[in-house]
Design a protein around this ligand. Structure first.
Ligand code: KG4
Ligand code: ZN
Length: 345
């Protein structure tokens, strides 16, 4: 069997990452994975500032690559290629990564493979759990929300997704409205555990419409209105806050669960031999949401697979692995590889 060792580079949002992944005897192994976040850099601005992100990527990429190679105990000459996120994402950051990868590939005489960031997320369960095609994937994070039918390393069908905000973004905005710390997901989840999910009736957007599309921006407006309704003298009581969080989380959870049920029905129509519902992204860390999704999978007779969180959130191991998958199919990108801010799967 083929043995391949690739360096992966990721810089499409606010994480600078490098990793080394090896394929041996048909299985992938993460030899090293380094992620340098930029949370502090953007904290004061209430969101990622593209120019600041790009500059920070440029400053940190070399060091991340050096650290990843050192962790793996390998040199550039031990590699079979370099994989890099070529999009979609913030153009300055993607360009910084692509330029770094080109420099390394050209300098060491290695082949270069451009990877779609979403394909990286979608193929991760093949690295962690050795999944066979086809499987259903729900990608649910601060920046993404979509159902993907993964039929092959380069064959994806988008069954539906958010038409506005991603759920993670909604959790973050909710936290902001309720004066909870960022990232909002974990903070809202903690509060929600102490609240009554039935006290506030939050909308379940798009449930009345067929298909797997979702919408989360209206929830934020509903939350703001409910908050203002219970706030006295600009202050929010602890129990009110907990009930608001619980209601919000229940709404997100209900929408994701119902749309997952529909996506699973579409997927099961393909009659897969070993039906699998896989999730990835930071929001999949939420215990209530995860339990709801597990329940939907169990009812449909599908196995539920969630990669470890470090490989669910943005990282470069998923890019190295997706690079290996492309490499295996014979794909190589030359020095003409360009950064694509928009790149649908
Ligand atoms: O995948 P990720 O690390 O980054 C990208 O968005 O690409 O996801 C981060 C998002 C944030 O919006 C964060 O608030 C959310 O995932 N998140 C959660 C939880 N943990 C992280 N949302 C809900 N519940 C959680 N426990
Ligand atoms: Zn991502």
């Amino acid at each position: 069997a083929q043995t391949l060792t690739l360096l992966g580079i990721e810089s499409s949002c606010d994480d600078t990452a490098a990793a080394v992944v090896r394929l041996a005897e048909g299985r992938g192994t993460v030899l090293a994975s380094v992620v340098a976040g930029q949370t502090d850099l953007h904290a004061a601005f209430g969101g990622v500032v593209p120019e600041l992100a790009a500059r920070a990527h440029t400053e940190k990429l070399d060091l991340c690559v050096e650290q990843a190679l050192a962790q793996a105990g390998l040199g550039l000459t031990d590699l079979d290629g370099v994989a890099v996120t070529a999009g979609p994402g913030l153009i300055g950051g993607v360009m910084a990564g692509v330029m770094c990868a080109k420099g390394l590939a050209a300098g060491a005489g290695l082949p270069l493979v451009g990877v779609n960031h979403l394909a990286g997320h979608a193929l991760t369960p093949r690295l962690t759990d050795g999944l066979e095609f086809p499987y259903l994937m729900l990608l649910v994070s601060g920046g993404h929300c979509q159902f993907l039918l993964v039929r092959g390393a380069e064959a994806f069908t988008r069954l539906g997704g958010t038409i506005d905000d991603a759920p993670g973004e909604a959790f973050d905005k909710t936290a902001k409205l309720l004066a909870l710390p960022q990232p909002g997901g974990p903070a809202v989840e903690t509060e929600a555990a102490l609240g009554d999910p039935r006290r506030f009736a939050f909308p379940r957007p798009l449930l009345d419409r067929p298909g797997c599309d979702m919408s989360f921006s209206g929830l934020k407006t509903a939350l703001l209105r409910a908050r203002d309704g219970v706030m006295a003298d600009g202050a929010l009581r602890r129990q009110d806050r907990a009930d608001l969080c619980a209601g919000f989380q229940a709404a997100v959870s209900a929408v994701l669960a119902e749309k997952s049920r529909r996506a699973l029905a579409d997927y099961l129509a393909l009659a897969p031999a070993d039906p699998v519902f896989a999730v990835a992204g930071g929001v999949a860390a939420n215990r209530a949401i995860r339990a709801a999704l597990e329940d939907v999978a169990a009812r449909a007779g599908a196995r539920f697979v969630a990669p470890p969180l470090a490989l669910c959130t943005d990282n470069a191991a998923m890019i190295a692995w997706a690079g290996i998958e492309r490499f295996r199919l014979g794909h190589r990108d030359g020095m003409s590889l360009s950064a694509r801010p928009r790149w649908p799967l």
